[in-house]
Write a protein that binds this ligand. Structure first.
Ligand SMILES: [Zn+2]
Length: 119
């Protein structure tokens, strides 16, 4: 596609020039307000914050193993991180902890739950 401004180069960019959306070349794109291709950097991007997908899927067993290794009961662990034992029990049964709870567990049990990357 030819650049709609200079007509010479290959139009590889879109830019808004004086209110009109034009297919322009890279150098002409600088003359207007450059528009990125639709969807680029928006829909496919992973969220920056740690999300559901980056929690270790084995979090329940990781927590149980680490807690037992430390010789802590649910109540003991709960006291240490100021959480209810019933909440911890639910997490150990597979309920995903909130990110802040996960961080507290990571610290108290010296484990890694968040920022998990799948291969
Ligand atoms: Zn051009």
């Amino acid at each position: 596609m030819e650049c709609e401004l200079c007509g010479r180069s290959n139009a590889g960019a879109k830019a808004e020039v004086e209110g009109t959306l034009l297919n322009v070349c890279e150098s002409c794109a600088r003359l207007g307000r450059r528009i990125d291709p639709i969807g680029f950097g928006v829909s496919e991007k992973r969220p920056k914050n740690v999300s559901v997908s980056s929690m270790n899927p084995e979090f329940a067993s990781v927590i149980i193993n680490a807690r037992k290794k430390s010789g802590l009961s649910l109540e003991g662990l709960g006291k240490r991180i100021s959480e209810k034992a019933s909440v911890l029990e639910r997490v150990e049964k597979g309920m995903r902890p909130t990110d802040s709870l996960a961080r507290k567990l990571e610290k108290a049990l010296k484990i890694k739950l968040l920022g998990y990357e799948e291969d």
